[in-house]
Design a protein around this ligand. Structure first.
Ligand code: AP5
Length: 213
């Protein structure tokens, strides 16, 4: 099964994608993670996108489509979860073509609906383990021992450079201008399901499970 988790910054796409990976052996394809990895490894492309990401703007379609194309050539496991991709109509068209070339299709687009006040709370409180990538939140998901990762036991918590109010404002505007038109695009194709992303992490996971049935 191939699915898209569609939603604004902080909607919980990454959190829910990781659960689906654990529960269904699916493969998470997060363009945000791929771009952050390119930044830290200091590649030419990574250096090129760093300032764009920190400002909260969208990286070019050409770069992100190229990243996804490379990953689609690999093992599909229990199916792909597209997390943060597509974000423009051009990316959505490209994804359709890439899947068709593989003889695959998109089974479901899950739109995670969360209001702006909650998004600001989630983004400004977010931190992750720099060693294993486990995600946490100052209020909603604290590690059992402060600053120590529950999963790997390391103390290397970090916060993203674009998780500040100014860049979040730009990220939200980019979402409403360029990504939200995808809701109509996939509705017209008949594979869109909206879920209420405002409950607890477990409640949202249950909603998504229902949407995937
Ligand atoms: P990206 O990394 O994709 O960021 P994003 O879309 O802004 O999404 P986030 O990762 O911020 O949020 P999320 O929905 O995954 O929420 P999370 O689960 O972490 O992109 C970053 C940048 O890369 C973009 O701005 C752009 O520059 C570039 N980029 C990436 N893809 C691109 C593309 N396709 N085209 C062009 N440019 C691209 O949750 C957030 C917090 O809330 C966490 O702390 C979590 O613990 C908590 N939380 C989650 N769910 C709940 C819940 N139900 N209740 C309470 N807390 C919750």
């Amino acid at each position: 099964m191939n699915i898209i988790l569609l939603g604004p910054p902080g909607a919980g796409k990454g959190t829910q994608a990781k659960r689906l990976v654990d529960e269904r052996n699916m493969i998470q394809l997060s363009t945000g993670d791929m771009l952050r990895e390119a930044r830290t490894s200091g590649t030419e492309m990574g250096n090129k996108v760093a300032a764009i990401m920190d400002a909260g703007e969208l990286v070019t379609d050409e770069i992100v489509i190229g990243l996804i194309e490379e990953k689609l050539a690999g093992d599909a496991g229990g199916g792909f979860i597209f997390d943060g991709f597509p974000r423009t109509l051009a990316q959505a068209d490209a994804l359709g073509e890439l899947l068709a070339r593989k003889g695959a299709r998109l089974d479901r687009v899950v739109e995670m609906q969360v209001d702006d006040d909650e998004l600001v709370k989630r983004i400004t409180g977010r931190f992750t383990c720099g060693n294993c990538g486990e995600g946490y939140h100052d209020e909603f998901k604290r590690p059992k021992t402060p600053d120590v990762c529950d999963v790997c036991g390391e103390s290397q918590m970090k916060r993203r450079a674009d998780d500040n109010e100014e860049s979040l404002r730009t990220r939200l505007m980019e979402y409403y201008k360029k990504t939200s038109p995808l809701i109509g695009y996939y509705y017209a194709k008949g594979n869109l399901k909206g879920v209420n992303g405002l409950g607890s992490i477990e409640e949202v996971a249950a909603e998504i499970a229902g949407a995937l049935e």
